[in-house]
Design a protein around this ligand. Structure first.
Ligand code: PMP
Length: 378
């Protein structure tokens, strides 16, 4: 028989079927309905099949979809996702922040768990097309400084039990409101991970944004929350390497033990244990560009004992976590095996100088106060 051609994911084939029952936009500041996410009117869906490739992507009314109970994702965690935001600027424009980075990371994650590949530029175009439809209504013009969270997701839909690379998959993109998470009063309090739990390991998949990384982290996080902490600082290995704080990257600003110079230190990407955060990348680049004289930027392995030592020697300057959801969030405390490390939180108790500076630089780009190539106008 004649072989069907394999179709690549192609944003130019996008079709639209608009909702006939548009949903009401919630009042400013309302981010969920009871305990459910509030999503926008539409979702974007494209299906993949190993033989025929990608279907034409479709924007259609938001709603539940049907998958077989034997679908690969439900058994073998063949799922990966992205988290990004669209921002309503102070100039009235809608922007995405470095959407190319998210599209590339989605591809990296997908390949790690045997889901299909695609040109990341097509996913980027689809996110833009989706936001061109739902962005204007769901980020009203009279709410400058607001954002909506976008969740591109890939799942294995192949409905055959058996541990095998799925021959069918689905890409979907939804958008949802989400609370501002970067400002717990008095800063974020971290508890180090329990001695018998590890988030990611060398040779594992901690560097990929796969669902399988998140479910298993919830047990330690819930326990820390009941004890008054916000997130887990995930340590790695016998030596207790600092890796990530919850679902965000972790930074310490301290004085170097030998030179006394101010250093911004964060875990390196090399061991593939941490996620290559888009915010992390942006923070590192901005601090390198804009603080070169005052601050050395260092990506290296460092331990919780080094942080305790710096604390004992009065060398800690400040600490923050970075991520799309957490944005740039000051950290006020780390609890590690009976000891508390306190970080200076600045004059107004809202975060140290660098934390606030970085936060404002990024905000200016996201909300259009600074014209910058990272801010992509939809
Ligand atoms: N680490 C983990 C484990 C995460 O889930 C996230 C959120 N995507 C981050 C770091 C921060 O990444 P980003 O800045 O791209 O949101």
């Amino acid at each position: 028989g004649s072989k069907v051609a394999y179709e690549e994911l192609d944003a130019s084939k996008l079709t639209y079927s608009f909702t006939k029952s548009p949903l009401p936009v919630p009042e400013a500041g309302v981010t969920s309905s009871g305990n459910k996410s509030i999503c926008t009117d539409h979702m974007l869906v494209a299906n993949w099949n190993m033989e025929t490739g990608w279907s034409a992507p479709e924007i259609k009314p938001y709603g539940p979809f049907t998958i077989s109970p034997t679908a690969s994702v439900l058994h073998y965690a063949t799922e990966c996702f992205e988290g990004m935001k669209a921002y309503r600027g102070y100039d009235g424009k809608l922007r995405l922040f470095r959407p190319d980075c998210n599209a590339e990371r989605l591809l990296m994650s997908s390949v790690r768990i045997s889901l299909p590949s695609f040109p990341p530029s097509e996913v980027e175009k689809l996110v833009k097309a989706f936001m061109a439809v739902d962005g204007p209504k769901w980020l009203p013009r009279d709410r400058p400084g607001s954002f909506i969270y976008i969740r591109p997701t890939l799942i294995g839909t192949h409905s055959q039990l058996g541990v095998a690379a799925p021959a069918e998959a689905m890409l979907f993109i939804i958008a949802s409101y989400m609370p501002q998470m970067d400002a717990p009063p008095g800063g974020m309090r971290l508890h180090t991970s329990p001695a018998d739990m590890v988030r990611a390991w060398a040779g594992g998949f901690g560097y990929a944004k796969v669902g399988a990384n998140y479910g298993p982290s919830l047990l330690a996080t819930s326990e820390a929350k009941t004890r008054g902490f916000h997130q887990i600082l995930w340590l790695y290995g016998e030596e207790g390497l600092c890796t990530e704080a919850g679902a965000s990257n972790f930074f310490v600003l301290w004085k170097n033990k030998e030179t006394g110079r101010t250093e911004l230190v964060t875990a390196p990407l090399g061991d593939k244990i941490i996620l290559d955060g888009v915010t992390r990348r942006s923070v590192l680049q901005l601090v390198r560009e804009r603080c070169a004289d005052e601050i050395d930027v260092v990506e290296r392995k460092y331990t919780i004992d080094e942080v305790l030592e710096a604390d004992a020697e009065g060398r800690l300057v400040e600490s923050f976590a970075s991520g799309t959801a957490y944005f740039v969030c000051p950290i006020s405390l780390i609890h590690h095996r009976g000891k508390d490390v306190n970080f200076p939180m600045g004059k107004k108790n809202e975060g140290g100088d660098l934390t606030l500076k970085v936060k404002n630089w990024l905000k200016d780009i996201m909300y259009g106060r600074e014209d910058h190539p990272w801010g992509y106008v939809v």
